[in-house]
Design a protein around this ligand. Structure first.
Ligand SMILES: Cc1ncc(COP(=O)(O)O)c(C=O)c1O
Length: 510
């Protein structure tokens, strides 16, 4: 059972019970297929495309993109391509500003000028290089595993590896958390192995499903460490216990945790044994050691592009040899691989970025809790604000953008179930107190203007209860050096408020 308590599970069940739980892309069977006009011999392709789009617009699952250009030297700001105004970006997955990190940029520049823009082909044809080898050594070093394999994206890594495992392990059964990312879902589906979906973070459900198979049958338990749309954290050690008891292997996606958790930035599994991973303390057999396959993305906390898996030598070599999503695609550009390697090495040796980020997360969550804003309770760096209606979610993000110069993306179906729409806020280390106050003030004003449900309303409706709001962050105040001190007004203040603001809103906004 995840630390996020029973009522959060209830929240997820509400999600499951939602009529539009069909979190999937529309297919031809969902739309009225247009009839060819009389005398017309061909299928009306364009009319079908339009019908699909019309349906998506009608049910509010159509996706609107904003054109913004991120400003390398003014992270986290971006410029609106339409109006030229600067906006404060609160929804980027470049959590640690590694996309603007000088070590990363200089490694990319060097590789670009030395090796050119292209890798020459797939690894099997012409794309293997010392850059790929170095990067894979760093991936293995980060997770303390024997070997690593780099893919062109995190999506490709999950999909290709799960297909390979699911097809190579004879009679394999795959157990997948119901909130797993689309890349794992697709990998599991395409493996064509028998599969079971277990209720999000529900260990009893997983245990019961596992119990119906003999120990010797090959099994994979697939899950994420941090679930990116609700911020929940998996009970990793307990899942490993169940895997060991039932003869399963574990496949865990750390995509949103790499760089952000653990003393060396290896993710949540490393964070769980924080002291054991401090320099000179490692003795082996930690939670991270117990996970058989760790997958990750280099495109989020590591600020570049690509994804990977890491685990035993033989497993990695097998996947390298059979995974179609690895074999039949061009290797990433040398510059990207050099940047990815520099980002891992930087995070292994610098914890200041994750600490700055997690301090801002802690204060943003406190400010939002004081304002009764409906943050779905969790222990991670993610701040999902529940709205529950696609059209209103878009209105909220439009007002933030048009009136407050704040960019957050509306999250709608199929990323989350219909009626569970939300805005997903991801503070960075550069979002100091002034920016936090502007964001929270804007949200409070918009919540009042539109009469939206507050946290207490969701709690009254039984979606989650007040106790969840106190859920302790994985990065505790203690770890962050955030000791509360009494302020003059008698309220608790946090020393962070007195820290210099890196980029004050009034200095950077036009
Ligand atoms: C949990 C999870 N895994 C994998 C991916 C895919 O990673 P990438 O963006 O590198 O393809 C994502 C992307 O958002 C994700 O959220």
């Amino acid at each position: 059972m995840a630390p996020t308590t029973r009522s959060l599970q209830r929240a997820q069940r509400v999600r499951v019970a939602t009529p539009a739980r069909q979190c999937r892309f529309s297919t031809a069977s969902d739309v009225a297929v247009p009839r060819p006009s009389p005398g017309h011999k061909f299928f009306p392709y364009e009319s079908l495309y339009q019908s699909v789009l019309d349906k998506k617009k009608k049910d509010e699952s159509y996706r609107y993109f904003r054109s913004i250009a991120r400003l390398q030297e003014q992270f986290p700001y971006a410029r609106c391509s339409l109006t030229g105004k600067k906006v404060d970006v609160w929804c980027s997955n470049d959590y640690l500003a590694m996309g603007s990190n000088p070590a990363v940029i200089s490694a990319m520049e060097d590789a670009l000028h030395t090796y050119g823009a292209n890798s020459g082909g797939s690894r099997n044809i012409a794309g293997h290089s010392p850059l790929a080898e170095k990067l894979e050594e760093s991936i293995a070093e980060l997770h303390k595993k024997p070997a690593g394999l780099y893919f062109s994206s995190g999506f490709a890594a999950n999909e290709a590896a799960l297909i390979a495992l699911g097809t190579q392990l004879p009679g394999c059964i795959i157990f997948s958390d119901e909130l797993n990312h689309a890349s794992m879902i697709d990998g599991i589906r395409h493996a064509k192995a028998k599969r079971h979906i277990w209720k999000h973070n529900d260990l009893s459900h997983l245990e019961a499903l596992l119990a119906s198979y003999p120990r010797e049958v090959p099994k994979i338990i697939a899950f994420e460490s941090v679930y990116s749309m609700c911020g929940t954290i998996a009970p990793i050690a307990k899942i490993c216990d169940l895997a060991e008891e039932s003869g399963a292997i574990t496949f865990m996606d750390e995509a949103h945790a790499i760089g952000l958790y653990g003393p060396r930035g290896a993710g949540v599994a490393e964070h769980m044994d924080f002291a054991a991973h401090q320099p000179g303390q490692y003795t082996g057999r930690t939670t991270m050691d117990r996970v058989d396959v760790i997958s990750g993305s280099v495109s989020k906390g590591l600020g570049t592009m690509g994804g990977y898996i890491t685990g035993s030598e033989a497993m990695i070599d097998m996947i390298r040899s059979v995974a179609r999503g690895f074999i039949f695609t061009t290797t990433q550009s040398p510059a990207i691989m050099a940047g990815a390697n520099a980002a891992i090495q930087y995070q292994l040796h610098n914890d200041s970025g994750r600490i700055a980020l997690q301090r801002n997360v802690a204060t943003v969550k406190r400010k939002m809790a004081r304002a009764d804003l409906p943050v779905l309770p969790n222990r991670s760096h993610l701040v999902p604000l529940m709205i529950g209606d696609a059209e209103i979610t878009r209105r909220v993000t439009d007002i933030l953008y048009d009136e407050y110069n704040i960019y957050v993306q509306a999250i709608n179906s199929p990323t989350v179930a219909m009626s569970m729409e939300r805005v997903r806020i991801s503070p960075t280390g550069a979002h100091g107190p002034a920016q936090q106050d502007v964001l929270v003030g804007a949200l409070v004003e918009i919540w009042t203007r539109l009469g939206l449900r507050k946290a207490s309303d969701w709690q009254r409706a039984g979606v989650w209860d007040a106790a969840d709001a106190d859920t302790t962050q994985l990065w505790t105040d203690n770890k962050l050096g955030l000791t509360p001190v009494p302020s003059v007004a008698g309220h608790l203040a946090y020393p962070l408020h007195d820290m210099p603001v890196k980029a004050r809103l009034e200095d950077t906004l036009l």
